[in-house]
Design a protein around this ligand. Structure first.
Ligand SMILES: NC(=O)c1ccc[n+]([C@@H]2O[C@H](COP(=O)([O-])OP(=O)(O)OC[C@H]3O[C@@H](n4cnc5c(N)ncnc54)[C@H](OP(=O)(O)O)[C@@H]3O)[C@@H](O)[C@H]2O)c1
Length: 190
């Protein structure tokens, strides 16, 4: 949960806007359709839990959750199985290329990259997305570019979009995120 809003009856509603922000950054800002795509989600923490429902609503061909602690990935796959084709994996079980790899682990915080095979990237085709962001390309984005990813995006757009989604829940107005994102990028570069 990352957003609280007050219902008409006075009760509080807990929501998660991270997944909506991620999907909007990918589909609207980057123009990448998720329909029919093979998606690999790295991690099985709160960010993945928030992303699963909005990702599955885009009708991907498959969503694989790979995590260091495989049991957590298995639990999430079970919880969301009725919403679409979702399965669980360890990092080193996967070799075949996918269309989209989303890094939702905290590995980039320490400059690490989850130990996945570079063969998961089809050069010039696979899109890589790191939920982490910073002044410089993250360790995952650098790894993705080195292995020929078509695009290596960080999660600054997701940050702006999840905040816009929260604002929409509170005020019924969706702010224009383009100038916000441009200003965030400008300030990060200082
Ligand atoms: N851009 C945005 O708006 C946005 C929004 C939300 C989150 N995020 C980012 O998303 C990331 C995950 O957030 P979260 O809330 O899901 O965190 P979380 O609940 O603490 O989960 C962390 C996940 O990372 C894995 N992990 C940690 N260190 C690792 C390493 N060195 N190698 C491989 N896996 C590792 C953990 O695996 P185990 O289960 O095995 O411990 C777990 O799956 C963070 O970097 C956060 O900043 C960005």
């Amino acid at each position: 949960m990352n957003t609280l809003s007050k219902l008409a009856d006075g009760n509080l509603l807990g929501d998660n806007t991270d997944g909506a922000g991620l999907v909007r950054d990918l589909t609207v800002n980057a123009g990448f359709s998720l329909k029919g795509k093979r998606i690999l989600l790295l991690g099985a923490g709160g960010a993945v839990r928030g992303a699963l429902e909005p990702l599955l609503a885009e009708h991907p061909a498959s969503v694989i959750i790979a995590n260091r602690t495989v049991e957590k990935a298995e639990l999430l796959a079970q919880l969301f199985a009725d919403l679409g084709p979702v399965s669980a994996s360890g990092f080193d079980w996967l070799q075949e290329p996918v269309d989209l790899i989303i890094n939702a682990t905290s590995a980039s915080l320490t400059g690490d990259v989850p130990p996945i095979a570079s063969s998961l990237i089809e050069p010039g085709k696979t899109v890589c997305y790191d939920m982490m962001y910073g002044k410089d390309p993250t360790s995952f984005c650098r790894w993705a570019s080195e292995h020929g990813a078509a695009v290596a995006m960080d999660g600054l757009g997701m940050l702006a979009e999840q905040a816009a989604e929260a604002f929409f829940l509170w005020r019924g107005v969706r702010p224009d995120t383009a100038p916000v994102l441009a200003e965030l990028r400008r300030q990060l570069a200082l």
